[in-house]
Design a protein around this ligand. Structure first.
Ligand SMILES: *Cc1c(COP(=O)(O)O)cnc(C)c1O
Length: 398
């Protein structure tokens, strides 16, 4: 089955949609805490196979199972998927399932900031040593291995700065040393990067972004290969991880249109990024599909597309001039998160959070999410903003 077809059919098992006489298209929303059994024998039978039948609300119902099935089907080679109430819950549980006290983790320096905070607080308190590495280290990462290195966490492209990592290269040396590989694949989704086929053991996604796709649902997922799934599932259950059926239904609806949305985000973002790269007020465009982006050659080799999120560096100016730019935009919302149908602009400051390699730029940084609006309207908006930025910058003496 080809990918577009799989996106439409995944998770729609007959037993989950069939009613008396006919069947519905979408798996129904089953809301449940208590599950009732006809007899004690029925309850005891369910207790011995709690994972593939109704048992207790926290173990899910066909609504969540349909989403689990669908996400797993999009990752050829995976055993299964666990759902979480947010992307941060997903990446935390992936890390906790891969590491024990005394182990060492190699964490990419360009990771999502809450990932770093989790490492520096919870993992540290567990006696897990965290070493940050340069996102562009490639196979040289082998020199950072110690006898205690148990896992490598990758995020590609990097949050805020968009460095693309040599994922297959890193996975190859990791597996030679029996080190677990975990990737935050939120930006590309399985449609634009086949993480498991490239050697990743645990694939994390903030489904809050493109999977649900409408800026109204928080969710995370981890999809794991055989050998890693059982521990992930067990520890997630112990921590009581669960998503509600309405959110699962929202994610399933988003998933059906993921491909058409991503292709449009890609086309619009490329048009805006190319235009920005030609503006004198812009010093540097950090878009993985453009040669100006560090690690672009790995994007070119490994990815099937680019999504709607990228950053750019303003030419000179200070944070106040950047504020003038962002505040003058009409079509860009100002806010966290991304992956919905609408455009967003966010001031970001990568410099102070890096520890493995310093990050420098000629001016303040803006992160854009390009939505499904007409890109020419977005460009006109950005042109006006850049004019305001230039006036502010030149007045303040740059
Ligand atoms: C947003 C995001 C997360 C966290 O997802 P939440 O659902 O907001 O907790 C993790 N990784 C990346 C790359 C993200 O952009």
């Amino acid at each position: 089955m080809r990918e577009s077809t799989r996106l439409i059919t995944a998770g729609r098992r007959r037993e989950w949609v069939k009613g008396k006489g006919g069947s519905v298209v979408n798996p129904p929303v089953w809301r449940a805490s208590t599950i009732l059994f006809d007899s004690v024998a029925g309850l005891e039978n369910a207790s011995s196979h709690p994972d593939d039948q109704l048992y207790y609300g926290r173990r899910g119902t066909p609504t969540q199972w349909a989403l689990v099935d669908a996400l797993t089907e999009l990752h050829p080679g995976a055993e299964s998927t666990v759902l979480y109430p947010s992307g941060v819950a997903a990446l935390s549980m992936a890390l906790l399932s891969a590491l024990e006290p005394g182990d060492e983790l190699l964490m990419v320096d360009s990771c999502y900031e809450p990932t770093r905070v989790f490492c520096d607080t919870v993992l540290k308190a567990q006696g897990i040593n965290v070493t940050y590495y340069d996102p562009l280290v490639g196979q040289e990462i082998e020199h950072l291995f110690t006898p205690k290195t148990r896992a490598i966490f990758l995020e590609s492209p990097g949050s805020l700065t968009f460095e693309v990592q040599d994922i297959p290269g890193i996975c190859e040396v990791a597996h030679r040393h029996s080190i677990t590989t975990i990737l935050d694949n939120t930006w590309a989704t399985p449609l634009f990067f086949s993480a498991i086929e490239r050697g990743i053991d645990l694939v994390v996604m903030a489904c809050t972004k493109y999977i649900t796709g409408h800026s109204d649902t928080m969710m995370g997922s981890v999809t794991a290969v055989p050998g890693h799934f059982d521990k992930l599932k067990r520890i997630s259950g112990l921590f009581g991880q669960y998503v509600g059926p309405d959110d699962a239904n929202s994610a399933l609806k988003g998933l059906r249109t993921l491909k058409v949305r991503l292709k449009e985000h890609e086309k619009n973002a490329l048009k805006v990024a190319k235009w920005l790269s030609e503006q004198p007020e812009v010093a540097w465009v950090l878009h993985p599909a453009m040669s100006s982006c560090p690690g672009h050659e790995f994007w070119n080799r490994d990815f099937k597309g680019s999504s709607g999120l990228f950053s750019f560096v303003l030419e000179g100016g200070n944070n106040q001039d950047r504020t003038v730019f962002i505040d003058s935009l009409e079509h860009f919302g100002i806010g966290f998160s991304w992956g919905g149908y609408e455009s967003l602009a966010l001031p970001v400051d990568p410099q102070p959070i890096r520890t493995a390699a310093s990050w420098q730029a000629a001016g303040p940084v803006v992160r854009l999410h390009i939505g499904l609006e007409d890109p020419d309207d977005l460009i006109a908006d950005l042109a006006f903003g850049l004019k305001r930025f230039r006036a502010s910058r030149d007045q303040s003496g740059f």
